[in-house]
Design a protein around this ligand. Structure first.
Ligand SMILES: Nc1nc2c(ncn2[C@@H]2O[C@H](COP(=O)(O)OP(=O)(O)OP(=O)(O)O)[C@@H](O)[C@H]2O)c(=O)[nH]1
Ligand SMILES: [Mg+2]
Length: 275
């Protein structure tokens, strides 16, 4: 509108200069007044319109951020924004007997303890509960075995879980892998659980251990499952920082990356359950 009226205003001004500005009886005077009013009005109306558009774009951008937080590629969020009651998360660690659940929890919750200082884990009787402050969240970890005694109440734990960590011995015999598949399917198909599942393809240090892709197929993980398969190894001298126990630098870096990967994924998925 401003552009449309500009020539009109310009011609009015020229005419005024040409005639006599002070001549109030001139018929150009009201035309000039109306044109200026319309031009200025149009100009400010446009600016107002633009600010609405900018606001809408900003809101859309914020909306996108929220959407992105629901993916694994999370933006850092300020934990102080989260209601303290919502900072409590339940993580259920499930897997067949001897899959490596305790070893995972020991390594995950006490990453600074060197391998040589770690004791060989004893078989866990019943359900083991560990409370930890990690990623700014108060987390309760429940280790639940997949044997016949615990199978009965495994579903109850899964129902109250915000995140399930499924540990599988990737170096196990085919029979045990088939049992692991049954257990995974039991959890994944649990109607009342809608949270994500982190599948740890453990014991990667052992020869013949199945790869992440193989575990994905063996467990028959569906594309629609909210499941993330990660490689894992919790018993390896290469993790020890002690120079006598060092293997190659590449192995150490790889093991550290595995740990970092699991921490990041678990942390991100837990944050996702809040938002
Ligand atoms: N080589 C190798 N051995 C592992 C690994 N993780 C666990 N183990 C061994 O596997 C055995 C069982 O480990 P646990 O951590 O006790 O397994 P779990 O699932 O807690 O077993 P239960 O509590 O009895 O159900 C132990 O001898 C561990 O040292 C791994 O990544 N690599
Ligand atoms: Mg155990």
């Amino acid at each position: 509108m401003f552009l449309t009226l500009s020539p009109f205003v310009a011609s009015s001004i020229t005419a005024l200069l040409h005639e006599n500005v002070l001549d109030f009886s001139s018929p150009l005077y009201p035309i000039f007044g109306t044109a200026s009013f319309l031009a200025l009005g149009g100009y400010f109306w446009r600016r107002h319109d633009q600010s609405i558009i900018l606001k809408a774009l900003k809101e859309e951008a914020i909306g996108n951020v929220k959407a992105r937080r629901k993916t694994l590629q999370l933006l850092p969020i300020n934990i102080s924004e989260v209601n303290p009651d919502e900072r409590k998360r339940n993580v259920v660690v499930v897997g067949l007997t001897g899959a490596g659940k305790t070893s995972f929890l020991n390594a995950f919750l006490h990453p600074d303890t060197s391998f040589s200082a770690r004791k060989e884990p004893l078989p866990t009787m019943g359900v083991k509960m560990t409370i930890a402050d990690l990623h700014g969240l108060k987390q309760t970890y429940y280790e639940v075995g997949g044997n016949d005694n615990t199978l009965m109440f495994i579903k109850e734990f899964v129902h109250m879980a915000h995140l399930v960590i499924f540990v599988v011995d990737a170096a196990a015999e085919d029979d045990d892998l088939a049992k692991a598949r049954e257990l995974y399917q039991l959890i994944a198909k649990e109607r009342h659980f809608v949270g994500p599942v982190v599948v740890l393809a453990g014991k990667q240090d052992l020869p013949g251990a199945k790869s992440v892709v193989e575990i994905y197929h063996i467990l028959e993980i569906a594309e629609t499952d909210d499941a993330y398969v990660l490689p894992a190894s919790f018993v390896s001298s290469s993790y020890d920082q002690d120079e006598f126990a060092l293997e190659s630098q590449a192995t150490i870096t790889a093991t550290k990356n595995i740990y970092r990967n699991i921490h990041t994924t678990v942390g991100n998925l837990l944050y996702r359950t809040i938002l």
